[in-house]
Each structure stands twice: as C-alpha cells, then as structure tokens.
Design a protein around this ligand. Structure first.
Ligand code: SF4
Length: 117
C-alpha cells in the first residue's frame, strides 16, 4: 500500500509516497532530504501529537484554562488523555508554563497551562 503524505518539517512541503508493508514503512520517496524519511516513518509507525485542550477552573476569574502537553504524545493516547483532562479542576492561580499534571498518563509529557489565570 502506498500512502501519500506531505512533509511538514520545512516550508518546501515535499509530497511523500510512503510504501507500507505490514504496518511498517518499506520505502519513502519524494523527500528532498532525510528529514522527510524520518517524518514519514514516525507518522506511519508511531504518530505523535501535542495535545491542546482546556480544563475547568474553580474559584478563578477564568472558567476554563487552556492547556497543552509540553511534548508530543502518541496519537493513539489522545482520546484517553482528553477523557482524563475532563476530570481535572484547577483551583489555584497559574502562570504560563506551570505544570498542572506531571508525567501525564505516564507518557513522559507534562500537562501545562498556556495562559495566566
Ligand atoms: S523532505 Fe526535507 S526538504 Fe522536503 S519538506 Fe521535508 S524537511 Fe523539507
């Protein structure tokens, strides 16, 4: 199976053709540099995403606090992470970058505030 991807590692946006066999990348073409090959392999075999969301605030001027993970997490864990975020209540003032949950879901990424409360 050949999957088409667009490399997002630089503004050239190379169109990649990714040959996939048994859920593994067999070959990548269309990339102008090795970063495209790395990107395609990661995107097919272990896609990662920064999760952005909001958590409920209680007793603060904001009703919702925008948050994100400080590192990408596996795309396969996004739904579980979003469900966990819905359980969180922020009750103390935060600055941008303050950690709300360390090592979120044991994924090695912290959940941090992206706005001062
Ligand atoms: S393959 Fe290389 S040159 Fe092409 S978009 Fe990706 S990083 Fe840029």
């Amino acid at each position: 199976m050949v999957k088409k991807l667009t490399c997002i590692q630089c503004p050239k946006s190379c169109s990649l053709a990714v040959d996939i066999e048994n859920c593994r990348v067999a070959h990548v073409s269309g990339n102008l540099c090795p970063k495209g090959d790395e990107y395609a392999r990661a995107e097919v075999e272990n896609p990662l995403r920064i999760l952005t969301a909001t958590v409920l605030a209680q007793g603060l001027s904001l009703k919702m606090v925008p948050v994100r993970t400080d590192k990408p997490i596996p795309k396969a864990k996004i739904r579980e992470a979003a469900a966990e975020i819905r359980k969180i209540r922020v009750t103390q003032a935060l600055n941008v970058g303050d950690i709300i949950v360390a090592d979120f879901l044991g994924l090695g990424a912290n959940l941090i505030a992206t706005r001062k409360t």
